[in-house]
Design a protein around this ligand. Structure first.
Ligand SMILES: NC(=O)c1ccc[n+]([C@@H]2O[C@H](COP(=O)([O-])OP(=O)(O)OC[C@H]3O[C@@H](n4cnc5c(N)ncnc54)[C@H](O)[C@@H]3O)[C@@H](O)[C@H]2O)c1
Ligand SMILES: N[C@@H](CCC=O)C(=O)O
Length: 579
């Protein structure tokens, strides 16, 4: 048969098939169910003010008393069953370390193996659970967090992690609720994505978001209650099963989240609550063939260690495990000669000393031009810092409380001791450490004359601010050094009123931060508003608090479904007779 005749026959057969399909009464030919989500809503949870005599303050005070009286007992939970081991531990109040807040247990290797089996088993079913069902659970959980359990969440974070009321409210209430509610909204947005289908009467394309299979290990830090909730429950939302290893020093607030999510309807085994010794947990998860991902937030040395262990076991796994790690920072405030100095002082004090500098985003390097330092900034910065109240979180005048534990106190003190004997460093505020009742460190300001000093390089993660005064004629050189004198690139702020300088910032500071602020402090990113994460050694920058983060925890399935019968083997141009 010649080529043109063959083409005509092919076209005739194809259009007959199309006509048959078009004459059918069906409007949707696909057998694959799909949803379109229209009610996408990104409103952030309001922050309560806890004014004197307010209902929220009364509820919180009752929760503070209750939690301090009861010494909660926190079990390990594997596949919905609770366990205790002989490895007993206590969480204490960092600002009153003689007071035990909670008793908990460490899972040993055998129990962690059991948790892996429970997770893998639960994942197979959970991955098939309709997204609408999951969204209802997450919405209910957000509601429970915002209402019935808000006082306990805030109180547990104040007591266990030594946060003031406001710092606990923005973390354990607002940010946790935002993560829970908004992640479900981000997920709807992702599910609305449709691959194009040239003619839906011929073929229809689909995109399904599946879990990863196996299990995800969520490893959380002590300093943000909300981060623990996000690390464990975002992979769960996307169809994964999780082993959640909370930080020992945030155990009570983490346990409350686990209980709330269970009450909201997360099935047994989907998230397994396994407090444990860090290295033991790291060894068990990285040697399991079922490891599908590690969702980590914490320090650079811990994340490097986990990454190395994963690379050593690459031949063991069924997947390439996804590794997400949000790590430390050496965050800066850069002051331009045109800056508004009152803003610089207030923003720097809040960023450097709120929560005793234990936010990964805390300002720990301040760069000030000679023209502003002595004349306008040094005195008010030091005087206002000296007036900050350091104390117990139950005294509402307290601005900053204790650092998390003895290990942190020793690490931070070592930097202050080194500063005292450093000839290129002057301590111009604070510098004292008190540990008889709680782990207290004064808000401390160091003035450095060498921009390469370790105090301007290494993460201290405490209430210590290092200041470097640069010559007004050396702005460009100083900006270059901000990016090159530390391995981190987490947060950074510039303060300026000169519009040309501000415009040039996005180029000059481009790789110095993952969260960049103009005339604002370097802390306080809000879920959905400033998705968070840094580059370089500050982490994999997966941007928790945005839809991008969810993509790390799904293995999409692309499907092509064809409705027109296709019997041809040869193409028209071949001129081959197939009859
Ligand atoms: N970039 C961010 O978003 C972000 C947010 C919060 C905290 N951080 C960083 O976290 C650090 C402070 O938190 P931290 O002191 O809890 O960090 P950390 O690294 O000491 O501990 C983090 C978690 O890892 C666990 N762990 C320790 N060794 C382990 C191992 N070998 N295997 C597996 N898990 C192990 C710990 O028990 C804890 O649960 C700071 O560096 C801070 O900057 C970063
Ligand atoms: N997202 C928080 C920091 C979290 C790290 O500890 C902030 O922006 O201040």
């Amino acid at each position: 048969m010649n080529f043109f005749l063959r083409t005509r026959i092919f076209n005739r057969k194809f259009s007959t098939a199309i006509k048959n399909v078009k004459s059918s009464k069906q409007t949707n030919l696909s057998v694959i169910p799909s949803h379109r989500f229209d009610n996408i809503n990104y409103t952030n949870e309001p922050i309560l003010q806890y004014r004197p005599l307010s209902k929220e303050l009364g509820d919180l005070e009752r929760a503070l008393v209750q939690l301090q009286c009861e010494c909660a007992e926190i079990p390990i939970v594997v596949g919905g069953k609770t366990y205790k081991t002989d490895k007993e531990h206590y969480q204490v109040l960092p600002h009153k370390h003689c007071h035990k807040l909670a008793k908990y247990y460490h899972a040993d290797e055998k129990m962690l193996q059991e948790a892996i089996e429970a997770a893998v088993e639960a994942q197979r079913k959970w991955d098939f659970t309709n997204y609408n069902t999951r969204f209802k659970i997450w919405e209910k959980a957000a509601y429970l967090m915002a209402t019935k359990y808000r006082p306990q969440l805030v109180a547990a974070t104040m007591l266990g992690q030594s946060k003031t009321i406001y710092q606990a409210e923005i973390d354990a209430a607002a940010e946790l609720i935002d993560f829970t509610r908004l992640n479900a909204q981000f997920c709807k947005k992702l599910l609305n994505y449709r691959p194009t289908s040239a003619d839906i009467l011929v073929t229809q394309n689909h995109f399904l978001l599946r879990g990863l299979g196996g299990f995800v290990a969520a490893i959380s830090p002590f300093n943000f209650t909300a981060i623990g909730g996000n690390l464990a429950y975002t992979p769960a939302l996307m169809g994964n099963a999780v082993l959640w290893k909370p930080a020992d020093t945030a155990i009570l607030s983490s346990w409350l989240i686990f209980k709330i999510m269970k009450e909201a309807g997360v099935p047994d085994g989907v998230v397994n609550f396994v407090p444990s010794d860090g290295p033991t947990f790291g060894k068990v998860i990285t040697t399991s063939s079922e490891l599908a991902g590690v969702n980590f937030t914490g320090s650079v040395p811990t994340f490097k260690r986990i990454w190395k262990m994963v690379s050593e076991n690459l031949d063991v796994y069924k997947n390439f495990p996804r590794l997400s790690g949000e790590c430390g920072g050496k965050n800066y405030h850069f002051v331009h000669p045109s800056a508004d100095v009152d803003t610089v002082i207030a923003a720097t004090i809040r960023s450097a000393f709120e929560y005793s500098g234990q936010k990964c985003s805390a300002c720990s390097r301040l760069f000030v031009p000679t023209s502003l330092w002595e004349s306008k900034i040094r005195k008010p910065l030091c005087e206002k810092t000296d007036r900050l109240i350091l104390g117990d979180v139950s005294d509402y005048k307290t601005f900053l409380a204790a650092v998390i534990d003895e290990k942190a106190l020793k690490r931070i003190s070592a930097y202050i001791i080194a500063a005292k004997s450093n000839p290129r460093c002057h301590i111009i505020a604070g510098g004292k450490v008190f540990d008889s009742c709680g782990y207290f460190i004064e808000p401390t300001i160091l003035l450095l004359s060498d921009i390469n000093d370790v105090l301007l390089k290494e993460e201290i993660f405490g209430p210590v601010l290092s200041v470097y005064v640069y010559k007004d004629t050396e702005i460009e050189k100083t900006i270059d050094l901000i990016g090159s004198t530390t391995p981190y690139a987490l947060t950074g702020s510039v303060f300026a009123t000169d519009e040309n300088f501000i415009k040039s910032c996005l180029w000059n500071f481009r790789h110095t931060a993952g969260n960049f602020y103009i005339n604002d402090k370097s802390t306080g990113a809000v879920v959905g508003q400033q998705p968070f994460g840094g580059g370089k050694m500050s982490g994999t920058n997966d941007k928790p608090g945005s839809p991008f983060y969810l993509l790390r925890w799904t293995s999409p399935l692309a499907i092509k479904e064809t409705f027109v019968p296709q019997h041809d083997i040869y193409y028209p141009y071949m001129g081959v007779n197939t009859e």
